[in-house]
Design a protein around this ligand. Structure first.
Ligand code: NAP
Ligand code: MG
Length: 485
C-alpha cells in the first residue's frame, strides 16, 4: 500500500512545507504501518498561516453570526458522514480502541453542532443607564487571529472544542495539532473547508512545537493562544505570550484521584477505577492515577482491582475485543516504564503489570501491561507526577477526612471522584475537593460538551473550555454608550 501524502492548509490552499519537510505518522499498535506522510511546516510556514488568518479576519468577523453557524452545521453533517473513516484514522494514529474513537468522533460532531447553535444565542446585554436618553449595552466581539495548540491524546475532540467556538465567535484560526496525530486534524479542517469556510479563516499547520508552535507563540499578529498539553510547555508558552500582551488559555495535566470509602459498592469502585485508569491506555488528562482507599476495605479492594487489571485484553485497538491499546509513541513508552521503575525504587509495591508486553503483535507496538501499585505514600514521585500511562497507585486512608486530605495533596486539580453510598459525605467531598470536575460514583474521565471543562490549581490557567463558557476566552467585551445625535 503506497503511503498517502497530506499537506498543510494555508490561505485556502493545500500546500507543502516551504522547505519540503515531511513527517511520517506511525501506527503505535504496529510501527510497520505508516498512516500517512505529512507536510511539516516550519517557522516561515507558521508566519504565512498567521498572515493569511489576519487577512481573512475582517471579512469573517463581519459575516453575520448565524451564517457562520450554517457553515459549522454543514461541517457537522460532513463530519458525521465520514465518522467511520475519522474513527479509524484516530485509532491508527493514536492507538485508542475503535469504540473509544467512535465515541470521540461523535463528540466532535456534537461540538460542531453545539457551537453552530451558539451562533443563534444572545451575545450581549442591555443595561439601564443613569441617563434617560442613553442606550447602554455590552457586546461580545472576536479577538482576531487565535492560535490553537493541541495535544495528541484527544486529537479529534480537543481541536474541535477549540476550533468550533473560535470560529463561531468570529475569530480566524491557525490550528497546530500535535505532530504525532495530524490525520484527525486534517479531517476536521477538510470538512470545514468543504462546508464553505472562506480562505484563510482556518489554517492547518502541522509542524514541530519548537518550530511552528514557537512562531505562533511569538508572532505579534496572534492575539490569543489556546493551549492544551503538558505543564512544562504550557508554562513556557504563558511566560512568552503574556509579556507581549497576548491572551492565553492553558489546560494541562492531572493526577486525578478516586476516593473509595468503606461503604462503597466495591464492584462498582473497581470498574470506575479500571475505566478511569486504563481506557485510552491511561493517556487522558482526566485519567485516574491515584486511588485513595479507606482502611477497612483496602484488602478486598486491592485483590479485586488487581484481578480485574489482569483480566484486561490488550492489543491493537482495531480489534473489537481489545479493552486497551498501545501507548502513543516510543517516547511515551519509555517515560511510563521509567515511572514504573521509579515506583519500585521508591518502595511502592507492584501488584500486577509493570512491564512491556512481548511476543506476537506486541513486538510491533508500544504495549505496556496494566499496572497496579499499592503502598504509595503521598510524597512519592509516582504519587505526585503525571505518568500518562496505564498505571494506578493505591494510597490508604484511615477515614474520610484523611482521604480528602490525601486526594488534595497534589499540585494538580483537574478531576476527582468518590465512590460511596453516603450522601452527606459525597456532599462534603464536593465542597472540600480541589478539582474543577467532580464525579460522584462515576469515573474521573468523561466530559460532556455543553458544560464547562477545566481544572483547579496547576491543571489550568483558570479559564474554562466547552459549553457557553468558551466565549469568555474567545471574545472580548465592547461596552457601548449610544445617544441620539
Ligand atoms: P505537549 O508535549 O505539551 O504538547 C502539546 C502541544 O504543544 C503539541 O502540539 C506540541 O507540539 C506543542 N508544543 C510543544 N512545544 C511547544 C512550544 N515550544 N511552543 C508551542 N507549542 C509547543 O503535550 P502532549 O504530550 O501532546 O499531551 C499530553 C499532555 O496534555 C498531558 O500533560 C495531559 O494531561 C495534557 N492534556 C490536558 C488536557 C486538559 O484539557 N486539561 C487534555 C488533554 C491533555 P508537538 O507535539 O508537535 O511538538
Ligand atoms: Mg509531547
Amino acid at each position: 500500500m503506497s503511503t498517502q501524502n497530506y499537506l498543510n492548509y494555508i490561505a485556502g490552499h493545500w500546500v507543502p512545507a516551504s522547505d519540503g519537510a515531511t513527517t511520517k505518522n506511525i501506527n503505535p499498535a504496529n510501527t510497520d504501518e505508516v498512516v500517512g506522510e505529512f507536510a511539516l511546516g516550519g517557522r516561515a510556514d507558521a508566519a504565512r498561516a498567521v498572515e493569511a488568518a489576519a487577512k481573512a479576519f475582517p471579512g469573517w468577523a463581519n459575516m453575520p453570526m448565524p451564517k457562520r453557524g450554517d457553515i459549522l452545521n454543514k461541517a457537522a453533517n460532513l463530519f458525521e458522514a465520514r465518522a467511520n473513516d475519522i474513527a479509524e484514522a484516530l485509532t491508527r494514529e493514536e492507538g485508542k480502541t475503535l469504540a473509544e474513537s467512535k465515541g470521540e468522533v461523535a463528540r466532535g460532531a456534537s461540538l460542531l453542532r453545539y457551537y453552530a447553535g451558539e451562533t443563534m444565542q444572545p451575545i450581549g446585554e442591555v443595561y439601564p443607564s443613569v441617563s434617560p436618553t442613553t442606550f447602554l449595552y455590552a457586546e461580545r466581539v472576536p479577538l482576531g487571529v487565535v492560535a490553537l495548540i493541541t495535544p495528541w491524546n484527544f486529537p479529534v475532540a480537543i481541536p474541535t472544542w477549540k476550533v468550533a467556538p473560535a470560529l463561531a465567535y468570529g475569530n480566524t484560526v491557525v490550528l497546530k495539532p500535535a505532530e504525532l496525530t495530524p490525520l484527525t486534524a486534517w479531517h476536521l479542517v477538510d470538512v470545514l473547508e468543504k462546508a464553505g469556510l472562506p480562505p484563510g479563516v482556518l489554517n492547518l499547520l502541522v509542524g514541530r512545537g519548537s518550530q511552528a508552535g514557537q512562531e505562533l507563540v511569538e508572532n505579534p499578529l496572534v492575539k490569543a493562544i489556546s493551549f492544551t498539553g503538558s505543564n512544562e510547555v504550557g508554562a513556557r508558552i504563558a511566560a512568552q505570550a503574556t509579556v507581549r500582551g497576548a491572551k492565553v488559555q492553558l489546560e494541562m495535566g492531572g493526577k486525578n484521584p478516586v476516593v473509595v470509602l468503606a461503604d462503597a459498592d466495591l464492584g462498582k469502585a473497581v470498574e470506575i477505577t479500571i475505566a478511569g485508569a486504563m481506557l485510552s491506555t491511561g493517556q487522558k488528562c482526566t485519567a485516574t492515577s491515584r486511588v485513595v482507599v479507606q482502611r477497612e476495605v483496602i484488602n478486598e479492594f486491592r485483590d479485586r482491582l488487581t484481578e480485574r487489571a489482569k483480566s484486561l485484553k490488550i492489543g491493537d485497538g482495531m480489534k473489537p475485543d481489545t479493552y486497551m491499546g498501545p501507548l502513543v509513541s516510543a517516547e511515551a513508552e519509555k517515560t511510563v516504564l521509567s515511572y514504573i521503575e521509579l515506583g519500585k525504587k521508591e518502595g511502592a509495591r507492584l501488584l500486577t503489570g509493570g512491564e512491556k508486553l512481548r511476543g506476537g503483535e506486541y513486538d510491533r507496538g508500544y504495549f505496556v501491561a496494566p499496572t497496579v501499585f499499592d503502598q504509595l505514600t503521598p510524597e512519592m514521585r509516582i504519587a505526585q507526577e503525571e505518568i500518562f500511562g496505564p498505571v494506578v497507585g493505591m494510597i490508604e486512608a484511615k477515614d474520610f477526612d484523611e482521604a480528602v486530605r490525601l486526594a488534595n495533596h497534589t499540585k494538580f486539580g483537574l478531576s476527582a471522584s468518590i465512590v460511596t453510598r453516603d450522601l452527606g459525605l459525597a456532599m462534603r467531598f464536593i465542597r472540600e475537593i480541589e478539582a474543577g470536575i467532580v464525579h460522584i460514583n462515576s469515573q474521573t474521565a468523561g466530559a460532556e460538551p455543553q458544560v464547562p471543562f477545566g481544572g483547579f490549581k496547576g491543571s489550568s490557567s483558570g479559564s474554562r473550555e466547552q459549553g457557553k463558557v468558551a466565549r469568555e476566552f474567545f471574545t472580548q467585551i465592547k461596552t457601548v454608550y449610544m445617544d441620539p445625535p
